[in-house]
Each structure stands twice: as C-alpha cells, then as structure tokens.
Ligand binder design. Structure first.
Ligand code: SAM
Length: 391
C-alpha cells in the first residue's frame, strides 16, 4: 500500500500534476520523520518494481532528456558550465581528477583527511607531481602539490552526497578555478570586490582566505544565480560578504563604500570554450561563433577597463573558463594599453607549465590550463598589479 501511494505520488510529481518534490516530502500524510523514514525504506525494497512502473509510464525517456536540468537543480547551479565544474567530464576531461577544496572557514585539511581515512580512503600524502595525480585510482587520495587546501581524488569519485560536502566543509571546485582567489591573495581585514560573482565558489574561497575578516562586495546581475549563491555562502559559513544584484558596469568607483577596495576579482561571463564537456549538451558550444565572441569580448573589455578605475585598487585577477585568445590575452592587452604604465602583469607561478599565448610582450605571465597540460578544466588567469610610483 505504501509502495502504491509513493509510486503514484512520484508519478504525479514528475508529471507536474500535483505539487513538487518538496510537496512530496512535506505531504501532510507523513506526520513525522519516523513514518517518512519507514516509507523510504519500504520504497527502496521495491525500487525495482518502482523502476518498472516509471518505465511503463514512459518516464525514463523523459528523465533522460531532463537529466542535465535535474543535475543542475540538484547541484544548485544554473548553467551547464557550472555543472561541468563539479560534475563528470567526458573525453579527455574524464582524466581530470576530482578536486575538493577544504573550506577552512569550517574545518582544516588535516581533519578532512582524517575523516576520509576513517571512511576507508587511503591517504597518499602531498603529491609532488602531476604524474601522481594522473595515477590516482580506487579509494586513494592526495593533497595537491600547489594548493594547500586542495584534496585530489580519482576522476570518477562522486562526493555530491558526502556529508562534509552537504555541510559546507568541502567545496567541489576544479583546481584551475581555485587559482583566481589564491593569486589575488587578499590578506585578512582587506576589502575585496567580486565583480561577477555568482554562483560564488570563488567568493567563498576569498572569504576563507580573509578568514571572514574584512569585506567582500559581490555583484551579479542574475537574480537566480544570486539566490543559489546566497545558499552556497550560508552553507560555507561566509559572513563577510555583501551580495548585490547589480550590473558591475553601473557600480561607481567613486562610491565611498568602495574607497578601501584594493583587490578585485573579475571572472566575467565567457564562452565556456574551456569546459570540455559542453559540446555534449550543446553541440557546437565548444567553438563560439565570431559574433558571440565579439559580444563577449566587448563586455569583458568594458568590465576590465571599469575595474581598473577603482581608485585604491592594487591587485586584480582576471579569469575565464575560455580558451579563446579574444576573451583572454586580447582583453588583458587592451586594458594594459588603455592604462600605459599604470598596471603590469604580475609574474605569478613561474613553474606553472601552461602560459599565455605570446601575443604581446609579457603575455607569458598569464596562465592557461587544460586537461592535457595541467589536469584541470580549460582556464585562463591574469594577475594585474598597480605599478607603484616611487617618490
Ligand atoms: C563565469 S560566471 C562567474 C562565476 C563565479 N565567479 C564563481 O566562481 O562562481 C559569470 C557571472 O557574471 C555574471 N554577469 C554577467 N554580466 C554581468 C554584469 N554586467 N554585472 C555583473 N555580473 C554579470 C553572470 O550572471 C554570471 O553569473
């Protein structure tokens, strides 16, 4: 009887006839948690029958179509590229390990390592080469050779249901996407502006580096993505961030609120051409059209030029998950030319193996990333710093 009720309610919910999944969980007939738990156990015993019922209703086909959207909802992201940051990747990208950033606002790498060891994972210590990351198998894991709070698991490891992830102690974030906050390196107490911030993985990383001391002004113009971001930040224990639904281009650099902003992270919308699996869900998305590239690069240039006008700015990180020169080196070169002698590219991570395309003098200070060269998603990072005038 319980099975029948559950299957019927699931079918109704999936077909959208009655309520939502939330409605299902909070349906008044489940008067207490024990009852609900018993019902779930009972349902699991009959899961094969339930599958047959759903398959009979033709729902598996629909589910397959909806799978990317369901995954986005489950992982609280709104775009395919964000899903790829935390999900399985096809092709060469399936070799990219699962990177897990330990959220130091809530725990420490040592405690996270202990937790995984108690769960039967085998800890191999801090890696000293990419080869060690590539060779990871089974239930083994490592600490990343570069980032002190980054755990590395074999590519197939799925931690989306892990209690530490659900509690905000772990952030599932690709290693390349950890570079911007790490390279911006704002000291605790400083004021930071995150110009295009949602869904907020890099903001939460910045907050961890600040130890929640100081202030992050985070902007995004997409209300839905900001809502996901608020959830993410709350779960991660971030308390130093002010979120605003605003077009960054309309944020005034002369506003007194931002007079102490010395650090800016600019991670604008991009083609996502570095996200290896996009072509699976959006055929052709890996190679953006000329018109789309022009539009994106136009916005990226305006945003970078605008960011460089904040009067107290000392250091800025510009990043994209694109591999297109138009969105990367060209944008940075444009900004440097607009501000001759005022900013320069900081020579960061000299041992990083994949550098900017040599399209202008100094472009080798930019960093690129890809599954083949750095065992990460495709990415670009440039660090601009104000040239101090000696008196
Ligand atoms: C690549 S995503 C940012 C990812 C984010 N930094 C993170 O690590 O989670 C780019 C974001 O820029 C936002 N955006 C685009 N144009 C904007 C604008 N003019 N002002 C503010 N945000 C903008 C988009 O809504 C999108 O959320």
């Amino acid at each position: 009887m319980a099975l029948y009720a559950t299957a019927a309610t699931v079918l109704a919910a999936v077909e959208g006839r009655r309520g939502s999944i939330k409605g299902l969980v909070y349906a008044s007939r489940f008067q207490n948690v024990k009852q609900l738990y018993a019902l779930v156990c009972e349902t699991q015993r009959y899961s094969a029958v339930l599958d047959a019922v759903i398959a009979g209703a033709g729902l598996l086909r629909a589910e397959k179509k909806l799978r990317p959207h369901l995954a986005k909802v489950q992982r609280r992201v709104s775009r395919n590229e964000d899903l790829l940051q935390v999900g399985a990747r096809p092709g060469t990208a399936s070799q990219v390990p699962r990177f897990v950033r330990v959220n130091t606002l809530k725990t420490s790498p040592d405690d996270a390592v202990d937790y995984f060891k108690r769960q039967g994972f085998s800890y191999q210590g801090r890696a000293s080469s990419l080869g060690e990351l590539r060779a990871l198998k089974g239930k083994c894991f490592l600490l990343d050779p570069l980032l002190p709070e980054l755990l590395v698991f074999p590519a197939q490891t799925d931690l989306h249901d892990h209690p530490l992830y659900r509690a905000g102690h772990l952030i599932l974030q690709d290693k390349a996407s950890c570079l911007p906050a790490m390279l911006l390196a704002p000291p605790p107490g400083s004021h930071v502006l995150d110009a295009c911030a949602a869904p907020g993985n890099k903001t939460s990383h910045l907050a961890a580096l600040l130890r929640n001391q100081g202030k992050i002004f985070a902007f995004d113009r997409d209300a839905g993505r900001l809502a996901s971001m608020a959830t993410l930040l709350a779960r991660a224990g971030v308390s130093c961030c002010e979120l605003a639904e605003e077009d960054f281009l309309a944020v005034s650099p002369s506003d007194q609120r931002y007079r102490q902003v010395q650090y800016i992270l600019l991670d604008p919308s991009c083609s996502g051409s570095g996200m290896p699996g996009r072509s699976l869900e959006e055929p052709g998305a890996g190679t953006p059209s000329k018109a789309r590239l022009q539009a994106l690069a136009g916005f990226q240039q305006r945003a970078l030029r605008h960011a460089l006008t904040f009067p107290s700015l000392r250091r800025l990180v510009y990043s994209t998950c694109s591999l297109c020169q138009e969105e990367n080196e060209d944008v940075v070169w444009d900004a440097l030319q607009q501000n001759p002698g005022a900013f320069r590219l900081a020579p960061v991570l000299p041992s990083w193996p994949h550098r900017g395309l040599g399209t202008f003098p100094g472009a080798e200070h930019c960093l690129r990333a890809s599954p083949e060269t750095t065992l990460t998603g495709g990415f670009f990072v440039a660090v601009l710093e104000r040239v101090e005038v000696s008196r």
